[in-house]
Design a protein around this ligand. Structure first.
Ligand code: 13P
Ligand code: SF4
Length: 314
């Protein structure tokens, strides 16, 4: 399609999922989307998953051009693990406030003060990862911390995940930056709100992301990352599930288990994830921007922290 017909598509608002797929194929892009993307974008993706899962998957596919739909730390993680590939995103500043709450200086200061290893959640800035010791995901945080050779562990930025890990491992976990490290989508879920939904669906199983506060987590039958949540329904005969994480997860679960019912907590919307739309995705492919670039020195150090995680969890 020439530039005129592309402009025509934009002007007439004809941006359909099919048109985006056609353009991606014409330009040679593989579309990779996080589980929290809107259903229309999940529909056009070649792959959907959690951030680290996707970054590692990109390593295993031949495609050299990737359009990523998620937030910036995830796109950077993809670039860190695939420096030779071109990674583009539709929005330049689709960021994660929790990731941004942990600065490099905080990591360095905490390590100097406590003389303990720093386990950094993948939801963090690339620069901060470069100065930490090991990366973890919400799926393997407990495993990583239990295997690290220290009874005192610095952990950031998510204080709720830190508290979950402390409970599961029995180790002394020091959350950095502390009270200010949380995800606004998960942290503000109220116990009363969840109890109201439970009362309406008394037979439903409750699955919750470990980024929720302790009192909410305690109500869940299953606690896990988005990739672990995907597997949970297959382990039970339950017909209904209350999904205590970002609402985008519902579309993914419905596709995987069309005969089951998934109930969202409707207040759980990540506005940063929702900045990606059909229109800006189409424009990203058309103009092949915005490209993600990471300083090679930082990338190399961050890669070391990821490799340490892989080594520990092998
Ligand atoms: P997952 O790694 O479980 O997909 O979580 C990503 C995220 O942003 C949670 O808020
Ligand atoms: Fe960040 Fe929370 Fe959005 Fe995940 S859901 S990207 S942790 S703000």
């Amino acid at each position: 399609m020439g530039p005129t017909s592309a402009l025509e598509t934009l002007r007439k608002g004809l941006i359909t999922p099919e048109e985006i797929r056609r353009l991606a194929e014409e330009k040679g892009y593989t579309i990779v989307a996080h589980n929290y993307q809107i259903p229309e974008l999940q529909q056009i993706a070649d792959y959907i998953g959690d951030s680290l899962q996707l970054a590692r998957l990109v390593t295993s596919i031949p495609s050299m051009k990737i359009l990523f739909l998620g937030v910036d730390f995830m796109a950077e993680m993809m670039k860190v693990l695939n420096p030779e590939k071109k990674i583009i995103v539709p929005v330049r500043y689709s960021t994660c406030p929790m990731a941004n709450s942990l600065t490099v200086e905080m990591v360095i200061e905490a390590k100097q003060k406590y003389r303990a290893p720093f386990v950094i959640y993948v939801n963090s800035k690339t620069e901060a990862k470069a100065y930490a010791d090991v990366v973890c995901t919400s799926a393997n945080a407990v495993d990583v911390v239990s295997k690290i050779d220290s009874d005192i562990v610095l952990f950031g930025p998510d204080k709720n995940l830190a508290s979950y890990v402390a409970e599961k491992t029995g180790k002394k976990i020091i959350p950095i930056p502390g009270e200010k490290g949380y995800c606004y989508v998960h942290n503000y879920v109220k116990e009363e709100e969840l109890k109201r939904i439970i009362a309406q669906h008394p037979n439903a199983k409750i699955m919750a992301h470990p980024e929720v506060p302790n009192n909410v987590r305690k109500l869940a039958h299953f606690v896990g990352s988005t990739s672990q949540m995907e597997k949970y329904p297959a382990t039970t005969d339950a017909k209904e599930f209350i999904v205590v994480t970002e609402v985008g997860m519902i579309a993914k679960l419905e596709k995987l288990y069309p005969e089951r019912k998934f109930i969202p907590v409707s207040s759980m919307v990540c506005y940063n994830m929702k900045k990606n739309t059909l229109k800006n995705t189409y424009l990203a492919l058309l103009e092949e921007k915005y490209e993600i670039l990471v300083d090679e020195d930082i990338a190399q150090k961050a890669r070391r922290a990821v490799e340490k995680m892989l080594e520990l969890t092998r």
